[in-house]
Design a protein around this ligand. Structure first.
Ligand code: SF4
Length: 346
């Protein structure tokens, strides 16, 4: 079915498939589509992250955080208006047999991260359950290293499934909480679950024995970067049973600048000039400010007895490589490239 947004005869590849996707549901603000998907596992070649493969069950994210860096992914479907990223959500059509074949073609020591681009527990998950179907397959795996990140309390729904996965794989679940301030969270992450609900999800997972961490990501300069704010999030995380806490400073890709700078102009106009200066040359900040934040996060973590990454534990039914070869994220210096075998790079 073609929609006005897609009325272009020269579309190819994923843009053409998106254009042909059937409209399944149109809520007041959001429309859901289903998208044929050839691969669920995407190779990751960045030195900045400690995983080798990523899985994102949905394209677009209804939470619509003002700082979101994933908006550019809609541009591959020729959907270039920033609002389309949060209002046109594509659920990837799940093919269990194909996903199992993909898994067989990856080495077990190559870590898999779920939700690196868009949120795997956004509201679409209640209807499509793509994340759950993926987890059900992973529950039958052994010796894998799996992590998942979300901003949604819906993650607690799958606590039993996480227990099963954790018995024979190393699993870490991370929940993003940038602030406990409900007003500020509503401004920055308008449609995401309230911080208190996310803390409750941390508690529910920790009580189920899942290794869970909290990420105050992104740390937003001059808005969420104070020691007081980071400390309050870390304190709530520790009290809820999280074992780790760690985060990085906001980076602004061109797609996120287009949304974030007008947002600043409206809500924090006094910060606009400083942001323009700081992010003028690059979307990534570096130098003394990032050093200060790194030290601040370290201090806060120490104060609340939290680790920087998930615990390096050996599952009860572990059948992977010897424990000595496990990748310890606590030691990760940001420069280690994950071992991606060339046959897996497509
Ligand atoms: S939850 Fe994550 S993916 Fe979704 S809008 Fe927010 S930052 Fe983007």
């Amino acid at each position: 079915m073609l929609f006005p947004e897609f009325a272009h005869p020269t579309l190819i590849g994923i843009a053409k498939e998106a254009a042909a996707s059937e409209l399944l549901e149109a809520k007041a603000r959001v429309r859901y589509f289903e998208l044929p998907t050839r691969r669920f596992l995407s190779p990751v070649r960045s030195k900045r992250v400690p995983f080798c493969w990523s899985i994102n069950p949905y394209r677009g994210c209804e939470f619509g955080c003002r700082y979101c860096y994933a908006r550019y992914t809609h541009e591959f479907m020729e959907l270039r208006e920033s609002s389309q990223f949060e209002e046109m959500i594509f659920a990837k059509q799940f093919d269990e047999a194909a996903f199992r074949r993909e898994l067989r073609s990856t080495a077990r020591h190559e870590s898999i991260a779920i939700g690196t681009g868009t949120d795997p527990y956004q509201p679409a998950e209640r209807r499509f359950g793509v994340t759950r179907q993926i987890l059900e397959v992973l529950a039958g795996e052994k010796g894998r290293r799996i992590s998942l990140v979300t901003k949604s309390d819906l993650v607690a729904r799958d606590a039993l499934l996480f227990q099963t996965i954790s018995r024979s794989n190393i699993l870490h679940v991370n929940i993003t909480i940038t602030t406990l301030d409900e007003w500020l969270a509503r401004l920055l992450e308008t449609w995401a679950p309230r911080p208190a609900l996310r803390v409750a999800a941390v508690r529910a997972l920790a009580e189920a024995g899942i290794h869970v961490g909290v990420l105050p990501n992104p740390i937003v300069p001059l808005i969420t970067d104070s020691e007081e704010n980071l400390d309050s999030v870390a304190a709530a995380a520790a009290q809820a049973g999280a074992e780790s806490f760690g985060g990085g400073v906001l980076f602004l890709k061109p797609c996120s600048r287009r949304v974030f700078l007008p947002f600043l102009a409206e809500h924090f106009p006094h910060l606009l000039r400083r942001y323009r200066e700081r992010y003028e040359k690059s979307g990534f900040l570096c130098g003394s400010y990032t050093d200060t934040i790194r030290e601040r996060v370290h201090r806060v973590r120490q104060r609340h007895g939290l680790m920087s990454g998930g615990a390096n534990y050996e599952p009860e039914l572990w059948e992977g490589e010897p424990q000595l070869e496990l990748f310890d994220v606590r030691e990760w210096d940001g420069d280690t490239l994950c071992p991606i075998s060339s046959k897996n790079i497509r």
